[in-house]
Write a new protein. Structure first.
Length: 152
């Protein structure tokens, strides 16, 4: 089983979008029993809050349900619980390493590292562009899933 934790700042926009896109892609291929997928934020600012309405709306447009998610903060224990901890931008990766005390097993990566262009995924909380974020998350999750199927 491959255990993936998607991480952004607050766990209401990008990481939640990635969690539900990945669950959707995994389900489409009938691989649910081979993956455990969750999300968290590096900050506690949004803890307990639901999926951002912009993220929820964009996922609904794509036919992807996002359930009763409540934001949570990443913990050091998540490092041992997950095989891959996938951040959305460099700032997330720095915060993740701070929370976990480093990355000795090389589990922390940026989502778009699995695509031909390893850049940050813009935070739609600030940009308001949930379509661009969705496109990046969709591509990143497709390529991450392909990587997992090849390497795990």
């Amino acid at each position: 089983m491959v255990k993936i934790l998607f991480v952004c700042l607050g766990n209401i926009c990008r990481s939640t979008m990635a969690e539900y896109v990945m669950k959707y892609l995994v389900k489409e291929q009938g691989l649910e029993k081979h993956f455990q997928i969750d999300s968290a934020g590096t900050s506690d600012e949004e803890t307990g809050n639901p999926v951002h309405h912009g993220t929820r709306h964009r996922l609904q447009q794509a036919g992807i349900p996002c359930g009763g998610h409540r934001a949570r903060q990443m913990t050091a224990a998540d490092y041992d619980r997950f095989d891959l901890l996938i951040g959305m931008e460099e700032a997330n990766l720095r915060a993740m390493r701070r929370i976990t005390g480093g990355d000795p097993a090389g589990k922390i990566h940026k989502l778009l590292e699995y695509t031909p262009h390893s850049r940050d995924i813009a935070d739609p909380w600030y940009t308001g562009d949930f379509d661009a974020t969705f496109d990046d998350v969709w591509e990143g999750c497709q390529d991450l899933l392909a990587w997992c199927l090849e390497h795990k």
